[in-house]
Design a binder for this molecule. Structure first.
Ligand code: GAL
Length: 418
């Protein structure tokens, strides 16, 4: 008996000594991560890289970014690299159809289920989110956040000086907009074309309501139905009150117009909260204000950034360690307070977040949740690219019927509608 006890004790001691040595196995070489979080969009990503480097000092992180909001330029570069057999170690991709209907369908991604299990992440995210990044065959990316698309931004003091109140509906907005224009103020700041897609989804959500918005994406409501046409009509009305130089501006420059008082409002995702607080050092609730975009109160149009692991890497170790950092509570709560988003995890520490994020988190818990088109949830890349052309045409011609018809055609072409 005594000998058995001794053997067991020796085994336990060995196990205790062996575990740290195994864990301490140093990673080395390079890790190339690919995203569109450059410049002003960089600080939150930098926080993650810092955390990774602290844990894995032997790895040289190559932060490959291609500027351009919502990945307008990055996605094209990524496509070329993926098709050319030169994938980055890990790349930014939106949860939903941008991931599943594009890269998973093309069999380009590695199943992360084992990693999720090793890192204890199977229960860390809401079930609905796991559904968006998973199929029957696996889990295909690591979510880093939840962003809200349908938000209107303004500066409370400037709105007061303009003698107006924040509109609740598009009717309210259309009533006040001409008065602002008379004063030389742009009612609604707009930037390059992808931000028109972004504005469109807020307008369409207000015009259609959440149920019909969802119905567009599961093929139950035609894009050229009377409801579909009405959304484009309203969008056309709204565009009359945007700035003429929109197509040459970045989304940050449109936000700047609001900060400077050249414009009254801007509808943008809550990365604008990150920009206003992290870059511009403005205090949420005091220096800048927000509300659900006009006519969408009680609805939360969401999207989630995530990173995936492409097939075909020589060595996946550094990328797997990267994804583990992204999924961790520590990583999430380092990244999101700077980014303007809320954590995708169910256990995040809200005390680390500002008042904007706290309000977004509360809304996420009680609102009706719908997916964003402009940021990859509802449609694959094929539809998105075609939709960009529909939008371009609409911006030139302002023809609601033609746009609705074209949208229906591309929905059929890309397998959304019959
Ligand atoms: C979105 C992305 C956000 C933010 C934004 C502006 O597509 O999900 O994280 O980067 O584009 O570039």
């Amino acid at each position: 008996m005594k000998t058995l006890a001794k053997v067991l004790a020796a085994l336990m001691l060995f196990a205790l000594m062996a575990v740290p040595t195994l864990q301490a196995k140093e990673l080395d070489g390079k890790l190339e991560i690919f995203s569109w979080w450059a410049g002003d969009e960089g600080p939150a990503l930098d926080a993650l890289i810092k955390l990774y480097t602290k844990k894995h000092p032997g790895v040289e992180v190559v932060n490959a970014t291609v500027t351009g909001g919502s990945g307008v330029n990055a996605k094209a570069v990524l496509k070329t690299r993926m098709l050319g057999g030169n994938p980055p170690d890990s790349f930014q991709v939106h949860a939903g159809q941008e991931l599943i209907g594009t890269w998973v369908e093309a069999d380009r991604m590695v199943d992360l289920t084992p990693l999720f299990k090793e890192e204890g992440l199977m229960e860390a995210f809401p079930k609905g989110l796991i559904k968006l990044i998973g199929t029957d065959d696996g889990i295909w990316s690591m979510p880093v956040n939840i962003h809200r698309s349908n938000v209107v931004w303004y500066i409370p003091a400037k709105i007061e000086a303009m003698g107006i109140e924040v509109p609740k509906s598009w009717d309210d907005f259309l009533a006040v907009a001409p008065k602002l224009q008379e004063k030389g103020i742009v009612p609604l700041a707009l930037a390059q074309n992808w931000t028109a897609n972004h504005l469109w989804e807020s307008v369409a959500l207000a015009s259609l309501g959440a149920e019909n918005w969802d119905a567009l994406w599961n093929g139950k409501l035609a894009f050229d139905s009377k409801e579909g046409v009405a959304a484009w009509k309203l969008f056309g009305e709204v565009l009359k009150y945007t700035n003429d130089d929109a197509s040459s501006l970045s989304w940050q420059q449109a936000t700047d117009m609001v900060v400077d008082g050249r414009a009254a409002f801007n509808i943008m995702g809550d990365w604008a909260a990150g920009y206003l607080s992290t870059t511009k050092k403005l205090a949420p609730g005091k220096d800048f204000g927000w509300a659900a975009s006009f006519g969408t109160d009680g609805q939360f149009m969401f999207l989630a950034d995530s990173f995936g692991l492409p097939k075909g890497l020589e060595d996946e170790s550094n990328a797997r360690a990267w994804l583990a950092v992204l999924g961790s509570k520590e990583g999430s709560d380092a990244f999101n307070p700077l980014k303007g988003s809320i954590s995708a995890r169910v256990d995040s520490d809200l005390s680390k977040y500002n008042d904007y994020a706290k309000s977004a988190s509360a809304d996420f818990g009680k609102d009706v949740i719908v997916g964003s088109l402009a940021h990859g949830v509802t449609a694959n890349e094929g539809f998105m690219n075609d939709f960009a052309s529909v939008m371009e045409l609409f911006l030139k011609t302002n023809n609601p019927e033609a746009a609705a018809k074209a949208a229906q055609q591309i929905a059929v072409k890309n397998g959304i509608a019959m």
